[in-house]
Design a protein around this ligand. Sequence first.
Ligand code: SF4
Ligand code: SF4
Length: 460
Amino acid sequence: MTDSILIVGGGVAGLTAAIACAEAGVRAIVVEHDAIVGGRLAAAMTQKSSVGDSIDGVPIPKLDALAKMSNIEIFTLANLEEIQGGPGNFDISIRERARFVTEDCTLCNHCRPVCPVVRSNEHDAGLSYRKAIYAPFPETMPPEFVIDIDACLNTPPNYLPCNRCTEVCDDDAIHFDVPLERLHQRKVGAVVLAAGFETATDSGASHRGYGEYPDVVTTAEMERLLTAPGPTGGFAARPSDEEYANSILFILDELTPFAVHIVASQIGRLIAQDVTKIALLVTNQPGNGEQGSLLQGFPEGLTVNYGLLQKVEARADNKITVTYADFSSSRIPEEQYDLVVLNSIVSPASGLDGLAQVIGCELADNGYVSRPDSDNSCATSRPGIYAAGGAAGATILGTAVAEAEVAASAALAHLDPRLLGDGHAAAGDSEAGLEAAVASQEELRARIERALFAMLESGE
Ligand code: SF4
Ligand code: SF4
């Protein structure tokens, strides 16, 4: 009988599930394809982050607390290679790619300046640059630097035309003569899929000045600007000249709950930074009552206009001019802003289809993991496999965290009850497992309600 649960994805949902398992007294094995854990909230999870222990009233895991939990095993740069067996007794293979920098790394930073390879920093939404050897943030898990071997001049392996980094590393922490990949075998009782979702720039964004004017950004980039370890120290500064932005326009094509949550959260933080003028332009006709109720998610007094976007253009003084045909008045206002923010579109994590194939669970028509069991919203089509957060669709933070806890609870039900601490639902047989699943569903609803309530209470 195994004492472990596999969690695929090391973002906020995956780490929440891992902590829930670890606190229940079992081993959590986290498999993350990126070089660090934390996903898009990695910077907010650092010990010194000014974000605090919660975002929008939702508690987020902290990396320093995570590091103290000895029963969480984390594989980064890793993928689930194979899974066989059934609930309570899965055999899994994990393929881990080489980091080329060992735990001996002291973060002295001697290597970074000498590396000649410059790449856009994907951990900073592309708003900053990194080298081929780098650490995405000052504090990460794992803490050591990593080499992007696809960008490194020493690719292909054993061809060493560069070595500038190894020559300045006094701690002998950089090694190219290591296996490129290693396979790890484990036994787990259940799996929590928490692969997250991805944000991308709308293909129509280039017609709105994105990519042409640096001060037209996406909500994903704005999130980085508003994060303390981000490129502007957590303040809404214009990427073009790093001047503080005093007037900001958000443009949404439609009011969906997810988009409203993201934009409302960012507007709340901008208000706290005393940004004097914030407005929202919705480019589709105002909808029915549901749209009206979604508007209530925004801070009171926010200027909301509805109109067909006509032009986004930079002026000589760095202001961005926006013109639109107002639906209600037929006027064509022309307004100036320091910063314009376009909505990022969300999609299933890249590789989710391949992962679903490896695991043997079905995807829904929208490309996310299907959860067909209406009695247990986290169960996938394969018994013993649960999906939480963005793996099953783009979710707001509170929902992702709540689902992660419920998925972890359902996964724990497949382990021997004697392994679990007090107060945790556990079932080794199907009847008790069903009870746990039903309890999970009720718990899920209650947790989501609490998360949304906390969000509204915080005024964001
Ligand atoms: S020089 Fe070596 S010890 Fe210093 S940051 Fe680079 S890899 Fe780490
Ligand atoms: S060996 Fe690779 S990582 Fe090191 S300095 Fe050269 S290009 Fe950069």
